[in-house]
Design a protein around this ligand. Sequence first.
Ligand code: URA
Length: 242
Amino acid sequence: MSATFRLDRLLANMGYGSRREVQQRVRAGAVVLDGAVVTEADMKIVVTPDLPARLFIESAAIDPPPGLALMLHKPVGVTCSHKESGALVYELLPGRWRRREPTISTVGRLDKESSGLLLLTDDGALLHRIISPKHHVAKSYVATLARPLQGDEGARFAAGTLMLDGEDKPLAPAVFEPLSPTSARLIVTEGRYHQVRRMFAAVGNHVNALHRDRIGALALPADLAPGDYRLMTPADIAAVFA
Ligand code: URA
């Protein structure tokens, strides 16, 4: 079911300015819907995904309406958390998107030194479906290690008994695949703090570089450069849960 909003509220919530500023833009004839200049700022708009093809402000298509989901190639050095120092992943998005309501949040986190596929959405229900342990969404990481693999990592990660330092609940079984003497893929379904780095620490190794290349069956697109993002299609969202 599609939500209906007053035009001025919708545009204000999408970061186009205060309600008053949006009303001024409507009065100035800057807003066009379905080819006709809009005269009433309080007209009701049914929010559908095709709105950017129909609604223009100063001749530019409006941003994706609420209910957006993005995939972003997080570069090393940017952070997902306001608690860490440094540039935030949100700074990789258009400035207007940082004023949106509902706000756009990351779906889980990648730590500052890790790179790869990061999802963002303003859809709270979608966010919870992806991060909820109930759905067991698998996250695939490629770890570059400081020391050679010992050969027992696969069994230890699969056991369902491995404990992380400072925790009292064993990790769920994880899938391990060696890629070279000092690199491996690890597929986990949980999302504990710095989980992959701490898993390798628990088996006596150290992660020098960590890259997430897949969430569910959704792979980081090869043509999505570090720092770039794109809108997720319904098929991309379905792939997360496949
Ligand atoms: N595990 C980590 O150690 N870091 C991440 O960013 C994600 C998983």
